[in-house]
Design a protein around this ligand. Structure first.
Ligand SMILES: Cc1cc2nc3c(=O)[nH]c(=O)nc-3n(C[C@H](O)[C@H](O)[C@H](O)COP(=O)(O)OP(=O)(O)OC[C@H]3O[C@@H](n4cnc5c(N)ncnc54)[C@H](O)[C@@H]3O)c2cc1C
Length: 408
């Protein structure tokens, strides 16, 4: 199929890797060119703030496939190479060094980069962000019983760093501009549950403050807070969010709006250019709105769908967003992106840290969050897809199986 064509993929992270593999799995016989500016084969990032940071795994465990798979499937992988320009009308792209590549179809899977803090001293040695394998390994070297780690931002990455720091014996201080942890993702009572978990594990969390500047003689020694307080620390990890890598697409004249704008097939405003993963702003028919998702499942499944669409298959991408985090051995999972709801139902035991919380609007489940209860959470997806109405007291009753409620 399409033997004389070249399909190029910019970005060899999770979405790029899956797009390349899918083209081959679906029988594409032309040239598959996968270009990534990191020096590693396609890999996934969740372990970078979990197992790798804890020292329980090495970087090779993040690789999507053993290196031989790329050769066996005839995927041409160019690592450590940055794409500097895309010319949609000429169907070319340019690499660092000036080499031109001609493509027939293109996927932009450039993900995003950790947002940096515009504070004096943020470039000192010892101030980190966490996005790459190299970041994770460098931070890990500094997590031990002799170090104090200042974490800026109580989002998922910041809290996972705090968890790893405590497990490795370091002192962890988290500062957060908002008044609770994971403010954008969690209901207030779930934020409180997570706050308590961290405090029980010895983390100090300060709310309503940010960084004024970092100070140190060549290397970080202290941070000055916006409230004037000073925190002595050995390293700081900035976890304040992700900036999607959209500049290439923007310069190429593609439509961008909080990410590269794509349709249900992952197609951008140019018919031969697709995008998927953290950088893609896509319509989600199940949620009834456009979203840009930063999640493992989305990076994989959206890329698979877009790659199939590149091959002309009639396919649409719409999934209920799912996300997980692991902290101090507790597994936290979220389903959906609820914006408003009128009822919260708890099923299970909060004190024993084994429960799921459903967020209901007019009886329908808008979303759910679970602590150490992946089974119920997984089933929630089917309940949400059913568009059925549920009765709060039945949902809360652990004696009644969720399967029965779905059928009934
Ligand atoms: C530390 C960490 C922990 C996470 N934990 C979880 C989790 O527990 N659960 C969950 O659901 N999600 C988690 N995520 C999110 C998930 O990993 C991302 O959603 C996913 O990696 C996105 O994949 P992507 O391919 O879109 O982007 P990326 O994986 O970032 O890949 C993009 C690649 O493109 C390269 N690139 C960019 N521009 C160019 C260019 N011009 N030329 C060449 N190459 C380029 C980049 O260097 C990068 O290698 C985590 C993310 C991080 C960073």
């Amino acid at each position: 199929m399409n033997e004389d064509q070249t399909f190029a993929i910019v970005g060899a992270g999770q979405a790029g890797g899956w797009a390349a593999k899918t083209l081959r799995d679906e029988g594409f016989g032309g040239r598959v060119l996968l270009i990534g500016d990191e020096n590693y084969p396609p890999h996934e990032r969740p372990p970078l703030s979990k197992e790798i940071l804890l020292g329980d795994a090495e970087k090779e465990t993040c690789f999507l496939w053993p290196p031989t798979v790329l050769n066996e499937t005839n995927i041409e992988m160019r690592t450590g190479i940055h794409v500097t320009e895309i010319k949609p009308e000429a169907h070319t792209l340019m690499l660092t060094g000036g080499e031109h590549v001609v493509w027939d179809k293109l996927m932009i899977a450039t993900g995003g980069r950790a947002t940096t803090l515009p504070a004096d001293g943020a470039d000192l040695d010892g101030v980190f962000t966490l996005r790459t394998i190299n970041d994770s390994e460098a931070i890990r070297e500094n997590l031990n019983e002799h170090t104090t780690v200042l974490i800026v931002g109580a989002g998922w990455i910041g809290l996972e760093v705090a968890s790893a720091a405590r497990k490795r014996g370091a002192k962890a201080i988290v500062i957060e501009r908002a008044d609770r942890v994971c403010e954008r993702a969690l209901a207030p009572d779930m934020s409180q549950w997570l706050h308590d978990l961290h405090v029980r594990n010895g983390v100090e969390i300060r709310y309503g403050v940010s960084i004024d500047c970092f100070e140190g003689d060549e290397k970080l020694e202290r941070a000055v807070m916006t409230d004037g307080n000073i925190i002595d620390c050995d390293i700081a990890v900035i976890g304040i969010g992700l900036t999607p890598n959209i500049e290439l697409a923007q310069a190429a004249g593609l439509e961008v709006n909080d990410g590269i704008v794509v349709n249900e097939q992952g197609q951008t405003s140019h018919p031969d250019i697709y995008a998927a993963g953290d950088n893609a702003n896509h319509p989600n028919a199940l949620l009834g709105r456009r979203i840009r998702l930063e999640s493992w499942e989305n990076a994989q499944n959206q890329a698979i769908c877009a790659a199939k669409a590149m091959l002309g298959q009639e396919i649409t991408y719409a999934e209920i967003p799912w996300f997980w985090s692991d902290q101090y051995g507790a597994n936290i999972q979220l389903m959906g992106l609820p914006e408003t709801w009128d009822e919260t139902v708890v099923r299970g035991n909060r004190d024993k840290a084994e429960f799921v919380e459903f967020y209901l609007k007019n009886g329908q489940i808008e979303g759910a969050a679970a602590i150490n209860n992946p089974r119920d959470l997984r089933f929630t997806r089917r309940m949400m897809m059913s568009n059925k109405k549920f009765i709060a007291s039945e949902l809360a009753d652990q004696g009644v199986k969720l399967q029965k409620l779905l059928k009934g």
